[in-house]
Design a protein around this ligand. Structure first.
Ligand SMILES: [Zn+2]
Length: 153
């Protein structure tokens, strides 16, 4: 392999070492990919096969901590979804009489426009982001979409 001849001068390259994997979120066996002087610079995880900067082992061998964090994030996302839906319902009600526009990337939209998106459904333009993006509140999520820009005034 080209790698072994290119790094042949560094004696530790291709050796196995215990390191903290930034993808697996725990200490795992890694293969040394690159050295910087006499320090390990880059490693490849033997579990997920990803190459990343060498991190010293953290003594974390079970992914319990990562699991707990993920669970917390999920419930936070749920709470956000609920408040977005409430907001969406309120906005749809207050813009009941506004015409529904079909979303296209070249469309011209203003604040409060009702938009019909082929994937996300019906939404309301909640924010204009200069020069060509809009933040649209859909029933389940906020989306940043590209549009044709603000109308000339
Ligand atoms: Zn890994």
């Amino acid at each position: 392999m080209a790698r072994s001849s290119a790094n042949g001068a560094s004696s530790n390259v291709a050796k196995e070492t215990l390191a903290y994997c930034t993808s697996c979120k725990m200490d795992l066996n890694h293969v040394v990919v690159a050295m910087k002087g006499d320090r390990i610079a880059k490693v490849q995880c033997l579990t997920c096969k990803k190459e990343h900067v060498y991190k010293t082992p953290k003594g974390v061998t079970e992914p319990t901590k990562a699991k707990a964090t993920r669970k917390k994030k999920e419930s936070a996302a749920e709470a956000t979804a609920t408040s977005i839906e409430a907001e969406w319902e309120k906005l749809m009600a207050s813009h009941r009489d506004a015409p529904m526009k079909s979303y296209t990337t070249k469309g011209v939209f203003v604040l409060g426009d009702k938009i019909k998106h082929p994937t996300f459904g019906e939404g309301i333009v909640g924010r204009l982001i200069y020069p060509n993006k809009i933040e649209v509140i859909f029933r389940t999520d906020l989306k940043i979409l590209i549009y044709g820009g603000q109308p000339q005034q």
